[in-house]
Design a protein around this ligand. Structure first.
Ligand SMILES: Cc1cc2nc3c(=O)[nH]c(=O)nc-3n(C[C@H](O)[C@H](O)[C@H](O)COP(=O)(O)O)c2cc1C
Length: 194
């Protein structure tokens, strides 16, 4: 089983990176092959709304997003990790999501599968935010679930921590890392049909 982690924070080895690494460690402990893609290291231009993808389901912008398209295709489990910035995912994560407009075109305009239907894929979301407010993760959850629905990926859950702000604060949480490790194990163990 291939587990793809997409790290959306511009802060390297920050709170969401730490959680993602721990989820992947849990998945790897159950025998999964894991890969981490760090969006801030890549060049991913925002969608230009040129509508060229409506003709063939492919994005004409030649940049690192094409590596992500391939990685999404090959993954059995896709984990998006992004801290909250201004109540939503980071700009890096949002640019990547918007570039999946090509998949939207495949599904809704061209009526072809957005990703190869040969495998069933699972989706998972990891997030952290500095504030402690009730609806902190709601906008991001709507966006992430929408993306997974468009990709034809089964959304299976999330790991969310509020009140986590300074770099490394997640390490001070009593059981966040254990929760993350266990989530990674579960993602690999769980039968998709359950
Ligand atoms: C530009 C920016 C915007 C932010 N906006 C929010 C916000 O709207 N709500 C919130 O709770 N935290 C916000 N934060 C705080 C981050 O979510 C928090 O520091 C988080 O722990 C960063 O995670 P990371 O270490 O994985 O980057 C913001 C931080 C930055 C830099």
């Amino acid at each position: 089983m291939k587990v793809l982690g997409i790290a959306g924070s511009p802060r390297r080895e920050g709170n969401s990176d730490t959680l993602l690494a721990e989820v992947l460690r849990g998945a790897s402990a159950k025998g999964a092959e894991t890969e981490t893609v760090v969006l801030s290291k890549l060049k991913i231009k925002p969608c230009q709304h040129c509508d060229k993808c409506l003709a063939d389901g492919c994005c004409v912008i030649q940049d690192d997003m094409h590596g992500i398209y391939k990685a999404l295709e090959n993954a059995d489990v896709i984990i998006l990790a992004s801290p909250i910035q201004f109540m939503g995912p980071t700009a890096e994560m949002k640019a990547m999501m918007d570039r999946c407009q090509a998949m939207w075109a495949r599904k809704y305009i061209l009526k072809i599968p957005p990703l190869s239907p040969k495998k069933e894929r699972k989706g998972y979301f990891i997030s952290v935010g500095g504030r402690r407010i009730a609806n902190l993760f709601e906008p991001s959850l709507v966006m992430v679930k929408t993306l997974f629905r468009i990709l034809g990926v089964n959304y299976t859950g999330e790991l969310l921590f509020s009140g986590i702000d300074g770099k490394g604060d997640i390490m001070k949480h009593p059981d966040a890392l254990q929760q993350a490790f266990a989530a990674g194990q579960r993602l690999v163990e769980q039968d998709i049909t359950q």
